[in-house]
Design a protein around this ligand. Sequence first.
Ligand code: AMP
Ligand code: MG
Length: 401
Amino acid sequence: MIDVKEATNTLLANLPFLSAETCPLGDAHGRTLRQAVVADRDLPPFDRIMMDGIAFHSSAGGDIATKGMRFPVLCLQAAGSPAQTLAVKAGCIEVATGAILPVGADTILPVEDIESHGDHVLVPPGTSFAPGKYIHKQASDHPAGTTLLHPGTLLSPKEIAVAASCGCAQLEVSSLPSIALVSTGDELVPIHETPLPHQIRQSNAHTLAAAILSRNLGQPHLHHIPDDPSELESHIQHLLGMHDILVFSGGVSMGKKDLLPQVLEKLGVEKVFHWVAQRPGKPLWFGKTQDGKPVFGLPGNPLSTLTCFQRYLLPAGDAMSARTPSHLLQIPLAEPFHFAPPLTCFLPVALTHSAGGTQAIPAPAHNSGDYSGILLTDGFLEIPARTNEAQPGDAFPFFPW
Ligand code: AMP
Ligand code: MG
């Protein structure tokens, strides 16, 4: 049996990279960027007016402090129109937010500070003004040629905004692998069927599909195979040819009907590790095909399945798609926690937030079949083996569900 750290490192060292593909910007949300995005123009591309109001030259505002001023309005500088020119030094141009600064103007007064009278405006005495105020200077955010997005970035709305403003109608992103989610077990029935007293509904595949879709890790395909060696063998052989990643739930523990490891190895899937010193999820199995496809055997207990997914498949998905790993928060316990076995404990917790910060309240599951017990929790803390007595304030890595 290996520990969690070794399992993680071994897993990450045995994964393939997904290929890159071109995707329209409209479909790129949630995908992993595989190119740099470079500013093709200055940001902003021109001196951009930030307020509706008037533009004039500061040298014409000499009497504002004492008597106030009357400015004739020469014309309108609308957003989307080429720059007007301030033809009369003592005049002003009516301007709109988003318009380019007229040539010869250096000062903006917003509508709130002036009185408009059609062909002229009055600026009350004592109105404060400053050249450059309310002008978003060309290139003040970034000059053209600056790299704004780097490969490995997960594309969320703010990155889409930047890519769109740089004119990227399409982007190079990691391809989405086809992922087989295979429930194994004689006791399992599809969720639309009514189970007999000794049967249960195959919830795990739906859990995993939701987790995969919520992180945009690939396209899930659901399958079920009973605990029968020849059915397992023929069905898995078929799935190995169809999918890029195989994720099994159930059948990897010590029972007589836990046949998955031997069937996988018979089919030429090389075992990389089996059994990890952790709870839940000890029977975790991981291997790879001769052509490098990853194969995960998650223990069937629903809490084990979900915990192993979050703890191992998410980082594996990040690594395969060359995604920059998400930062793990360290969250302190709100209460003491006792755990004796020499295993890493994945402890479900509910987070509480106060002015003093965020804390984790332990909500240990009754057992790893207790998936409804995590409904009121936010994720789990990874508490290293041999911690035994964790005290309030002790901080551990937090994995959100
Ligand atoms: P196993 O890992 O096959 O020994 O299964 C452990 C426990 O998880 C058993 O109680 C199974 O009935 C349950 N289980 C296995 N697969 C699923 C599934 N797809 N959905 C819900 N429970 C499952
Ligand atoms: Mg089983």
